[in-house]
Design a protein around this ligand. Structure first.
Ligand SMILES: [Fe+2]
Length: 197
């Protein structure tokens, strides 16, 4: 199977505090780069002699497959969640208030988690069906997912997501990101996760 990059889901000219140069570089080099690496790993996995391959090669390829697949999926979620501002629509706002106490408290937790881990990883808002609630999830790299949960919003805190605009000021990028969340898309993703009780 060959994976194809999706078109850039946001308009890089309409973002506040995130330059077009940064967003296009992020899309072309990091997202499309992950898809290219995934295709290389997939091809090599398809052709591998499993009974004779050394463990280091099997381990490396399977790790590369997981890293690049998750990088692809999370970057698609990241770009799809960029492009607007304001507050979430009613059903999502109610869920955030129910699960975090208030929208402002959710926002403070999400941003603080991002600022606590500059340079690498993701902060994800995920729906956990086991708890029937939303959770903010810390992930220090592409491979760390909350078991059983579905991410509906992804904030990239890898250095490549801000260094062109902010240099070493990672916290400033978190603040900019929080002003560009496309809440309607997040609400649609939550609706697709939640089954009627
Ligand atoms: Fe990224």
């Amino acid at each position: 199977m060959t994976y194809q990059p999706l078109p850039l889901a946001c308009d890089p000219q309409r973002l506040s505090g995130l330059s077009e140069k940064l967003v296009v570089s992020h899309y072309e080099n990091n997202y499309c780069g992950a898809v290219r690496r995934l295709n290389i790993a997939s091809e090599q996995i398809q052709q591998l002699n499993w009974s004779g391959a050394p463990a280091y090669l099997v381990n490396g390829l399977k790790r590369e497959q997981l890293l690049t697949y998750n990088s692809m999926v999370l970057h698609e979620l990241y770009f799809d969640g960029l492009g607007e501002s304001g507050r979430p629509p009613a059903p999502l706002l109610s869920a955030l208030e129910r699960d975090f106490g208030s929208f402002d408290r959710w926002s403070a937790e999400f941003a603080a988690t991002g600022k606590s881990m500059p340079g690498t990883g993701w902060v994800l808002l995920a729906y956990c069906p086991r708890e029937r609630r939303l959770l903010n999830q810390w992930a220090s790299d592409h491979t760390q997912a909350l078991a059983g949960a579905t991410p509906i919003l992804a904030m990239d805190v890898y250095e490549h997501s801000y260094h062109i605009d902010y240099g070493a000021k990672a916290a400033a990028d978190v603040d900019a990101y929080m002003q560009n969340i496309r809440w309607n898309h997040v609400a649609t993703r939550l609706a697709s996760c939640v089954t009627p009780s």
